[in-house]
Design a protein around this ligand. Structure first.
Ligand code: ZN
Length: 307
């Protein structure tokens, strides 16, 4: 079964059609075409489902930019996303297609992540990352000139110097550190109450394995031996690609937490992690749509581990 974790979006992104108005035109007019709308990255829901609406002219007129082609479904139906950042209320034209009894409302993506269909969540996450990048790329990084969307909204071009900017994805390593029968969980300073695995940005010139070893040493004072890749996840709250790994702690050095980032840490057993996943026990862990949760679940079930 597909998981509700921002993965499993459209496999056909139809990237070759984005840049061509002639190729886009029939897709925009196709009767089976649908669009999702988002405001500041928060998707419009009808009740507890992502709102897919027809591409009616009165809906398209609500946005500053044309709809962005996200791809095609397995049956070939085009799927678009519309950025309504800046609108306050849900416009009547958008609410009109809602099924009877289903309220039309923009929902924070974290909230939508617990409700909407897995494949819709992947698309809503993709749209959020894309729109945030677009709204953050108003001026050219080289000359400060005004940027304008091109390639169907998947590129920004400087109107002064021609510099092209593409949607960015920042790689982040996120690793479950294992020592014998236990794994390391730590709580972030000033962050959520839950305890999670360690994570950090990959720096220029680093491999994934090097980033894992450096981050674990910096944040917890542990030396890491083996590193293995487990899974990855797009994380639309900051436009990151989370690269989930398992890391082996060597030796028995005491925890030395980087206190600017972490306030406390614990070596937890599989049973303790399993209780936290079940919502019991003393540990609180990140929500089910996060890769941290997935790593912890796989480890607690004995499906990943060096031993
Ligand atoms: Zn420029």
């Amino acid at each position: 079964m597909a998981e509700r974790d921002f993965t499993g979006g459209l496999t056909d992104r139809a990237a070759e059609l984005r840049a061509s108005p002639e190729a886009l035109e029939p897709l925009l007019r196709a009767p089976e075409a649908r669009l999702m709308a988002a405001r500041g990255g928060d998707p419009l829901l009808f009740g507890e489902a992502l709102a897919w609406t027809p591409l009616a002219p009165e809906i398209l007129a609500l946005a500053a930019e044309p709809p962005t082609l996200m791809g095609r479904t397995e049956s070939g139906a085009p799927r678009f996303a519309l950025d309504l950042t800046g609108v306050e209320e849900v416009p009547p034209a958008l609410a009109a297609p809602a099924p009877a009894g289903a309220a039309a409302a923009f929902a924070p993506l974290r909230e939508a992540a617990t409700k909407i269909a897995p494949e819709d969540l992947a698309l809503a996450g993709c749209a959020r990352s894309l729109f945030l990048w677009r709204n953050d790329t108003r001026h050219c990084a080289r000359c400060g000139g005004a940027m304008k969307s091109s390639s169907g909204g998947w590129r920004r071009d400087c109107q002064a110097c021609g510099h092209q900017s593409f949607p960015r994805t920042d790689p982040v390593v996120i690793m479950l550190v294992e020592r014998g029968e236990r794994c390391l969980l730590a709580r972030r300073t000033g962050g959520a109450l839950w305890a999670s695995v360690l994570a950090g940005f990959v720096e220029p010139g680093e491999t994934v394995e090097e980033a894992v070893r450096r981050e674990v040493a910096e944040e917890s004072g542990q030396r890491v031996g083996r590193v293995s890749y487990v899974a990855s996840q797009p994380w639309p709250f900051g436009g990151q690609l989370m690269i989930g790994c398992l890391a082996e702690s060597l030796g028995d050095a005491p925890l030395k937490l980087e206190l600017e980032e972490l306030r406390d840490g614990v070596w937890a057993t599989r049973a303790e992690v399993a209780r936290a996943i079940a919502g019991r026990g003393y540990l609180q862990i990140p929500p089910s749509f996060s890769i941290a949760h997935k790593l912890l679940k796989l480890w607690s079930e004995g499906r990943i581990g060096f031993r």
